[in-house]
Design a protein around this ligand. Structure first.
Ligand SMILES: C[S@@+](CC[C@H](N)C(=O)[O-])C[C@H]1O[C@@H](n2cnc3c(N)ncnc32)[C@H](O)[C@@H]1O
Length: 451
């Protein structure tokens, strides 16, 4: 077992504060709450009108242009500026459609903050760095990570840190700004590249964007938790004539319903994305948007330094049909009542790796329970338990730990994957004498650790 003395030091440097309001049980949900089916009775009539508007919009689109790709369907349903699922509602938490690890346990975001500091140290402590999060939801992860930065200010002293959030949902943008800046933010033209700026509670400049391309260049840590799984996928089926794209059409017998159909000929997507493909699977999903974003991140890391940490459910190029919907914490048919449920597909980590090959090195995917264990979650839990004011708080912390760590719950299904500059993991070699220099320190989370 290798030692990571730096990580040990960082974990000890975090305070024993239990985040949240009066009781963390209220802000971080326990296992029982997670599985509770939610009723959407609190949703306004305006939303149900928007939901049926989405179906009408899709039907008229298909009538005018013909069957649409699954990617186009996902894009419209999730991020259409007027009626998209993510645009106007807070769908996270017990009253929403699903709950995510940072919302369950404060330790999750804290350990990701520790990971960034650990990698910042391994990179030689550059004076300036950016924390960039893609799809921050309620902003809870970044809030927990920033609290760690603030607690480790003696380690980070003198460094100039800025925060950059990539978010398409105005609703989530508002929630993030409220949590992170406590109202200390300015709204800009909603159409401009930077649509909001402010100062975080911990005194750091923060900006909001819709697109990674608009984030300034510079040494950065990129975090993406449950972001890649919402990006639009194309689905393909192997046939005797070759790969054919699965499209979405109107059900002929009930014109208010949608159905999957197979494109009779090759589509642009099947020509461009599949090419010569020897795949044992007879159905595959490809997410070109994920490919573009991950290539952009890899180029930035190559040019300016930094690292990316991606956590999501996914596979290594082995699964077939993973496209599904979630509504009220239950599985929901993807073609029924579009706009009322989240749509998601497992992330293909092998595709992300392939898209970044030659630019950066990748680690993982490894299961969430392994990553968090290596990051010292057990020690952190013990510290918080010692500080718990009452048995209820302690129980909440343990339930939350169980939910994110238990392999039967979120521990195994969710995976961690990192992108790093090549020189981060190679031993520094003297190229003239071919003698190996000091080995690079292990990357936290991806190596076993003894605290
Ligand atoms: C499943 S939620 C995850 C939220 C958060 N990361 C968490 O773990 O709690 C997906 C997030 O990505 C945002 N999002 C969806 N599509 C996006 C896109 N194309 N560009 C940027 N953000 C997007 C959503 O608004 C939301 O904040």
């Amino acid at each position: 077992m290798r030692l990571l003395p730096g990580l040990k030091y960082l974990c000890r440097g975090i305070s024993s504060d239990i985040s949240g309001k009066a009781s963390p049980v209220c802000t971080r949900l326990c296992a029982a709450q997670w599985t509770r089916a939610c009723s959407r009775t609190s949703e306004s009539t305006k939303e149900s009108t928007q939901d049926s508007m989405m179906l009408k919009h899709l039907i008229s689109k298909i009538k005018s242009t013909g069957p649409i790709s699954v990617a186009e369907y996902m894009r419209e349903v999730l991020t259409n500026p007027v009626t998209g699922y993510y645009q106007h509602r807070d769908i996270l938490g017990s009253e929403g459609d699903f709950i995510t690890s940072p919302e369950i346990s404060q330790i999750f975001g804290e350990l990701l903050g520790v990971w960034c500091v650990s990698e910042w140290m391994a990179a030689g402590k550059p004076r300036t760095f950016q924390l960039v999060e893609l799809g921050p939801g309620r902003g809870t992860l970044v809030s927990d990570a920033l609290r760690v930065f603030s607690q480790l200010r003696s380690v980070l002293k003198g460094s100039k840190i800025s925060v950059h959030l990539i978010e398409v949902s105005p609703k989530f943008g508002d929630i993030q700004a409220q949590l992170l800046t406590e109202g200390q933010h300015l709204l800009h033209d909603p159409r401009s590249a930077i649509y909001k700026t402010g100062v975080t509670k911990t005194g750091l400049p923060i900006s909001w964007y819709r697109d990674l391309q608009d984030v300034p260049k510079g040494f950065s840590f990129y975090l993406a938790h449950e972001f890649f799984d919402v990006l639009p996928i194309h689905r393909f089926q192997k046939t005797k004539q070759g790969w054919r794209e699965i499209l979405i059409d109107i059900e002929p017998k009930s014109p208010e319903k949608l159905r999957f159909v197979l494109a009779p000929h090759a589509t642009l997507a099947s020509k461009v994305l599949i090419q010569q493909r020897n795949d044992e699977r007879d159905q595959i999903e490809i997410c070109p948007e994920a490919g573009v974003i991950i290539q952009n991140i890899a180029s930035r890391i190559t040019e300016d330094g930094g690292a990316a940490l991606i956590a999501d459910y996914g596979h290594n190029g082995t699964k077939t049909d993973t496209f599904r919907g979630f509504r009220g914490h239950q599985l929901h048919d993807v073609l029924t009542a579009p706009g009322t449920a989240d749509l998601t597909a497992d992330v293909d980590f092998s595709y992300l790796r392939q898209m970044t090959e030659g630019k950066v090195t990748s680690l993982g995917p490894i299961p969430q329970h392994q990553f968090l264990k290596n990051m010292g979650i057990d020690v952190r839990l013990q510290v918080l338990l010692r500080n718990a004011a009452d048995p209820n708080t302690g129980k909440g912390l343990i339930d939350a730990y169980d939910m994110i760590m238990n392999p039967e719950k979120m521990g195994k299904r969710f995976k961690f994957f990192a992108l790093l500059p090549y020189n981060r993991v190679l031993s520094r070699q003297d190229t003239k004498s071919m003698k190996s220099g000091p080995t690079a320190p292990p990357v936290a989370g991806f190596s076993e650790l003894q605290l």
